[in-house]
Design a protein. Structure first.
Length: 302
């Protein structure tokens, strides 16, 4: 009897793209987006690798005074788009109030009627973090060049929904009182102020003990110590079943929590490609020639 071949991850860019397409069906996504939130619900909807998990942990800590009794943070604050595939009832009660949900959707497609927290992130750092997240999950470490990965993201982007479309859609809502828009870099530099802003926005009365607890529970040290609770375990199990991937992927959502790492990771040509894309996709619609000036304006209005 021949032994069962060991499962392996893709080792090329094209193969990992094909494999990832098996994760969710279009029908599952359509049914998930029929969700009707309540007006006091909170939807956390940054682009991928732009502070989503961090914000989930912050909101959950604030609303429960530090509950950590969950398998994964997305079990406590479910991901709307994947709810049908994972068999999650979005209408079910949650452990804390307000109810909270995760998403990566732009303004024009996110379910309407709730309140929204969105963090933006420098696109040059975001793509590095995304690459590191997929490495060891959807492709073998070292098998896909990071610059090739980023170039493919840019050149094959979906016109209806990509990093730049997402950013512009939420930028246009920056004055909407039901939207809290800030930057990942602001969160890094001003954790106390961020906690205060989020608590006020979601209607949680903040005392000194809760503020200090939330500071601790959302620190990089704490989240790395508990990284198994921030690894999207339900989605990993689904990916192993549907995409035929090996179990126990060596990839984590909580990594370094830094800004500016793209300078060491990306080639000058790749950085130039990202900057040129900003000039065509974002600058004409926001009036900001680069991410730095946009982030500075948000920080001033915060």
């Amino acid at each position: 009897m021949n032994p069962t071949p060991l499962k392996k991850r893709p080792d090329s860019l094209e193969e990992q793209k094909v494999v990832r397409q098996r994760l969710l069906t279009e029908d599952e996504i359509v049914r998930a987006l029929a969700f009707k939130p309540n007006e006091d619900d909170v939807i956390i909807s940054p682009w991928a690798k732009s502070g989503t998990t961090w914000t989930q942990q912050m909101v959950h800590c604030l609303r429960t005074r530090g509950d950590m009794d969950f398998e994964d943070i997305s079990s406590a604050i479910p991901w709307i788009e994947t709810s049908e595939a994972l068999g999650i009832d979005l209408s079910a009660p949650q452990r804390g109030r307000p109810r909270a949900f995760k998403s990566h959707l732009p303004w024009h497609t996110v379910p309407k009627g709730a309140r929204y927290i969105v963090s933006l992130r420098d696109p040059r750092d975001q793509v590095v973090s995304l690459y590191r997240f997929f490495e060891g999950w959807f492709f073998e470490p070292g098998s896909v060049d990071i610059n090739e990965f980023v170039e493919d993201l840019v050149t094959t982007r979906t016109p209806e929904n990509n990093y730049w479309v997402h950013l512009v859609s939420w930028w246009e809502q920056k004055d909407n009182p039901r939207v809290l828009l800030h930057c990942y870099e602001y969160m890094l530099a001003n954790p106390r102020k961020t906690i205060e802003r989020v608590a006020a926005f979601i209607g949680v009365q903040l005392d000194e003990a809760l503020r200090d607890m939330t500071l601790e529970y959302t620190s990089m040290e704490f989240m790395l110590k508990h990284k198994h609770q921030f690894s999207d375990a339900p989605m990993r199990r689904l990916s192993e079943a549907r995409c035929d991937l090996p179990a126990d992927s060596d990839s984590a959502k909580v990594r370094q929590g830094q800004s500016g790492t793209h300078r060491q990771e990306l080639s000058e040509e790749t950085i130039r490609l990202l900057d040129e894309t900003w000039q065509t996709e974002v600058a004409p619609k926001t009036g900001h020639r680069n991410y730095e000036t946009l982030a500075a304006q948000l920080a001033e209005t915060g």
